[in-house]
Design a binder for this molecule. Structure first.
Ligand code: ZN
Length: 113
């Protein structure tokens, strides 16, 4: 099983959905579902804080508390995801192996495993 295009060696490949076959989805851990939006919210809050420091008298205490709370949430979610990572990897590998048809996004080459 290779995760590269046999034609151009690009790693940018995607599975092609097969008709009449339900594609199994990898089990995405809840910690990852929590981590991604938490990181985005944290980035947004940090940007707002920076903007407030530049254009105003600095971030308000409410904003600072929210930023700290979201940061703590990110750390917890990150830690939980770190623990879920081995299971997630196995689930992803099983998903990759169950895919028979692949398509390259680089050169549009299609092939079957
Ligand atoms: Zn290719």
């Amino acid at each position: 099983m290779q995760y590269r295009c046999p034609k151009c060696q690009s790693p940018k490949i995607m599975p092609v959905a097969q008709a009449g076959q339900t594609t199994p989805r990898p089990v995405v851990p809840k910690s990852l579902v929590m981590l991604i939006p938490a990181v985005f919210v944290l980035l947004l809050l940090v940007l707002i804080s920076i903007a407030m420091w530049i254009f105003g008298d600095g971030a308000g205490t409410t904003l600072q508390s929210i930023t700290v709370a979201v940061f703590v949430l990110c750390v917890i979610a990150g830690f939980l995801f770190y623990r879920d990572l081995p299971d997630f990897k196995i689930s992803m590998q099983a998903f990759m192996q169950s895919q028979k048809k692949w398509k390259c996004r680089e050169c549009a080459h299609e092939w079957e495993v």
